[in-house]
Design a protein around this ligand. Structure first.
Ligand code: SAH
Ligand code: AVI
Length: 324
């Protein structure tokens, strides 16, 4: 069988979690929403558009870096399977699949993502383009469901690309890396991790506040997802996109700010949420890293930095790590 899909947490559990997250986030003194709710079909398509923006350097920088290092990485290490967390459209993964499945080598690909509507067509395209590939897709939350990744089928490579790790704050990041470490039982297994680096504030802020307004639309999309999920009446247009670099915390913060007083009904939760003019919802953090920081966080979770690859501008790094 070349294709399998596991869906973790049924519709009812997902709905309960969404309700719990929305209630907790929007009734807190400082309102926030978890960034995983950006990614319905529309949000994933908006993210794809972001990756093509002139200001959004991470995707093309990581992609070019991958093209450069892949031949060397896979000269001696040939995994039998690739487990990818937050796989999305898996476009960059093709660079790796080209190398590891060359000559018709059979490989299993295990992509995990919250967005089933992105995962399924992406798996179908890969099955069409790589005739000896097997795909075992997992629809799930990487903060909860890594235990549901199927047991290893040989030597394993874990991928966590795009600096999605930067969307987690410090405790969540540590938990996730520890869970990822658990997916690499053999000392010959490897992790390839993409991390966006600390750099000039202007470059960082432009990447999250592009002139075409695509990131603004991506940010506002979370309110559409919440409206649908809890029968809410947020007016997304009434919330201004705000993105800035918090230097002390080394992170971009994205917020949605109500410029006028807003009164939002979340009927399914029986909640009325009020916004004062200027009050916002914190929707995303995107942490930026240094080599020391990455080395330290890997070491804390039983992983060791083995190789550090960075592009010529020092914008983005690909980290080759191994279990210790
Ligand atoms: N890896 C791709 C996509 C990055 S976008 C790239 O590098 O371009 C982030 C991806 O992570 C999206 O596909 C989104 O659906 C997924 N994602 C975000 N939060 C998630 C979570 N908690 N669990 C699983 N997937 C998540
Ligand atoms: C998926 N993640 C790494 C993106 C980032 O850069 O933090 C999401 C994103 N948010 C705004 N633009 C892109």
């Amino acid at each position: 069988m070349r294709y399998l899909i596991d869906v973790h947490s049924d519709e009812r559990t997902r709905q309960e979690r969404l309700e719990e997250d929305v209630r907790r986030g929007l009734t807190a003194r400082r309102k926030s929403l978890p960034p995983k709710y950006f990614y319905d079909r529309a949000g994933s398509l908006l993210f794809e558009r972001i990756t093509e923006l002139p200001e959004y350097y991470p995707t093309r920088t990581e992609s070019a870096l991958l093209a450069e290092i892949v031949p060397e990485l896979f000269r001696e290490f040939l995994p039998d399977e690739i487990v990818e967390i937050g796989a999305g459209s898996a476009e960059k993964t093709r660079r790796i699949l080209d190398a590891v499945s060359a000559g018709g080598r059979p490989v299993r690909y295990v992509p995990l993502d919250v967005d089933r509507q992105t995962l399924e067509p992406s798996a179908a395209r890969l099955l069409r383009d790589y005739p000896r590939l097997r795909v075992h897709a997992v629809v799930g939350d990487f903060e909860r469901d890594l235990a549901h990744v199927p047991p290893p089928a040989g030597r394993r490579l874990a991928l966590f690309l795009g600096s999605t790790i930067g969307n987690l704050d410090e405790p969540a990041r540590r938990r996730l890396l520890a869970d990822l470490r658990g997916l690499l039982p053999d000392h010959r297994d490897r992790l390839l991790l993409g991390v966006d680096l600390v750099k000039d504030v202007k470059i960082l802020e432009a990447a999250y506040d592009d002139s075409a307004g695509v990131t603004r639309d991506f940010n506002r999309n979370i309110l559409r997802v919440i409206n649908r999920g809890v029968d809410g009446d947020f007016d997304p247009e009434a919330f201004r996109h705000r993105a800035f670099y918090n230097e002390a915390a080394a992170r971009i913060e994205m917020h949605l700010v109500a410029d006028s007083a807003q009164h939002v009904k979340l009927r399914r939760l029986g909640l009325n949420i009020r916004f004062r003019p200027g009050e916002g919802i914190w929707t995303e953090s995107s942490y930026k890293f240094t080599r020391d920081h990455v080395e330290h966080m890997l070491a804390e979770t039983g992983l060791a930095l083995h190789e550090w690859h960075v592009d010529p501008s020092n914008y983005f790094a690909l980290v080759w790590a191994r279990p210790t």
